[in-house]
Design a protein around this ligand. Structure first.
Ligand SMILES: [Zn+2]
Length: 219
């Protein structure tokens, strides 16, 4: 799509530190965790360099495939506690391994509940239990269906030299926003489908309402 690139303020690396990761299923790898100065919303977002991300950047400069990148929005209930109301935990686990295999970056974005915050997300869960879907519930609370903004993602990618990426996501809005922010999305790579009895309606809403590429028939 052709859109005028928004001017994205420059962020700079603040600290880079090696952190060994081990997930509940035993999968382990090591991340280069990067923090930044100058992120526009003042929140503490992280970039995790996984696998041989330096080689992935070099390959991209030489005209090879761009590094694999997953912008993951924080979900305390799913990421930390294993909630089955959404698919965030399995998505995070899958993304870390796929990126570590190829070299690239996971962006851990502190925008809980599609940007409405943790308490409001739990309020929305209560509304969903009375029949609304995940988008309708946000609107019933007077919030946007999806308030996430990927400006900080573009800032972090630019700070590490990733101007062209392969985007690991089923969400067309992420690709649209990143392109508009000046990050070239060379390819959109689909994630797996992580369906359970508890999250089936949630995944249907993502597919039907916001055109996520999710094939629930195959799951
Ligand atoms: Zn979640």
């Amino acid at each position: 799509m052709i859109e005028t690139s928004t001017v994205v303020p420059v962020a700079t690396e603040r600290t880079r530190v090696r952190v060994p990761l081990r997930f509940a299923d035993g999968y382990s790898t090591t991340a280069d965790v990067v923090t930044f100065d100058g992120l526009v919303d003042g929140r503490e977002h992280l970039l995790l360099g996984l696998g041989d991300w330096r080689a992935a950047l070099d390959r991209a400069v030489d005209g090879g495939p761009a590094p694999l990148v997953r912008p993951h929005s924080e979900c305390l209930t799913g990421d930390v506690f294993g909630s089955e109301r959404c698919d965030c935990g399995p998505q995070l686990r899958e993304a870390v391994e796929r990126i570590a295999d190829e070299g690239g970056f996971l962006l851990y974005l502190r925008q809980e509940g599609r940007g409405i915050g943790l308490y409001a997300k739990l309020d929305a869960y209560a509304l969903q239990d009375s029949g609304l879907d995940t988008y309708e519930a946000n609107v019933a609370l007077g919030r946007g269906e999806d308030e996430r903004d990927y400006t900080v993602a573009a800032q972090m990618l630019r700070a590490v030299g990733a101007d062209r990426i392969r985007l690991l996501s089923n969400n067309p809005d992420k690709a649209r926003q990143l392109e508009a922010l000046g990050v070239a999305v060379a390819e959109q790579v689909r994630t797996g489908v992580h369906v359970s009895a508890a999250n089936h309606r949630y995944l249907e809403a993502k597919r039907d309402h916001t055109a996520h590429t999710i094939d629930l028939s195959a799951a």
